[in-house]
Ligand binder design. Structure first.
Ligand code: BTN
Length: 323
């Protein structure tokens, strides 16, 4: 642990209480000027720390940023978030950064987090609204031992992890819309973008990008009716670090389940989070738009769509609109 992280821990344990410079320098085994230097660095990161020549230092407020030390506090995972966390105050897209790092050999579990994205990317070349410090924009590097044809399982698993995390905060109204849009009260609150690099019949690496609208209040006109945030739905702000931790824990648990037991338990849970069976939809696929009723989702998460003529199609990728 660095001196800065150690100091932050001391101040957090005594949040709101003055701690003398002498006490800190004795406990940490560094000089008082070293303590002062680290306090200045923490202030630059956004921590509100008051100082007094007589009383020492007091932590008044956390930074509210998604800094690695904030994400790691009480995280409790073995892989995801345990490896390096790349923290960026701004980037084009965390998925783009993650792909570069993965191609350079970054291990499974590496996270890339940014406070804002200039070119946040969504599925099918769409754009992802990424305003500063209000949402979670995170990408994870995975190196799963599975054939590329099974990669979609990870996307569905991610949807389950996000839904589990959000339902633990807001128990009502959160569902998954096939294949991986997370909705609260019918509006999109989170989206997943999975990208993959393959070699022959193995996955070299996978990047799982997740965007969650946490405390966003104002959305651009073109997505205003379709998008929402957790804050808008619950009527109060949430800690982004806490939500990210919940997501990482659920993700890791489900990833272990997938590796040990297989995909069935994950898919069963996914189906519990869907309200789509029996609904009439139009689905846009590469081959065109098909209209029909959702009969079911199969064991691999493909959509089984019954046409008006009675024929059933198996659709593995597309965008659905409820009719
Ligand atoms: C979608 O629903 O279309 C997927 C949206 C995915 C957005 C996230 S934000 C973090 C990561 N970086 C990106 O550029 N996109 C994903």
């Amino acid at each position: 642990m660095t001196t800065k992280d150690q100091l932050l821990l001391f101040l957090k344990e005594r949040k709101g209480t003055w701690v003398s410079g002498e006490f800190l320098s004795n406990c940490m085994g560094v000089s008082r000027s070293a303590i002062w230097k680290q306090v200045s660095r923490l202030r630059k990161e956004g921590y509100e720390i008051e100082s007094s020549p007589k009383k020492g230092y007091v932590l008044k407020g956390a930074s509210g940023l998604l800094l690695p030390q904030e994400i790691r506090e009480g995280l409790g995972t073995c892989i995801f978030g345990k490896e390096k966390i790349w923290y960026l105050s701004e980037t084009d897209s965390t998925n783009t950064r993650a792909k570069e790092l993965a191609a350079a050999g970054a291990p499974e579990g590496t996270l890339i987090v940014s406070e804002t994205q200039i070119q946040g990317r969504g599925r099918k070349g769409r754009w992802w609204f990424s305003p500063p410090k209000t949402g979670i924009y995170v990408s994870m590097i995975l190196r799963p031992l599975m054939p590329p044809v099974e990669a979609a399982r990870i996307t569905l698993l991610t949807g389950v992890a996000v839904t589990e995390a959000l339902r633990s905060l807001i128990p009502e109204g959160i569902y998954i819309k096939w294949p991986n849009d997370i909705l609260i009260n019918g509006r999109k609150v989170a989206g997943i973008l999975t990208e993959i690099s393959t070699e022959m019949d193995a996955i070299e690496y996978m990047v799982v990008g997740l965007g969650i609208n946490v405390n966003t209040v104002v959305f651009p006109a073109r997505i205003r009716d379709a998008a929402t945030s957790i804050r808008r739905e619950a009527g109060k702000p949430f800690s982004r670090a806490e939500i990210l931790r919940l997501y990482l824990r659920h993700f890791e648990r489900l990833y272990h389940t997938l590796n040990r037991t297989g995909f069935n338990p994950v898919m069963r849970r996914w189906k519990e989070f869907s309200k789509d069976i029996g609904t009439r939809i139009a689905v846009k696929t590469i081959g065109g738009t098909i209209v029909g009723e959702i009969r079911d989702f199969d064991d691999d998460g493909a959509l089984l769509l019954e046409h008006d003529g009675g024929k059933t199609d198996r659709i593995i990728s597309g965008d659905i609109t409820y009719i």
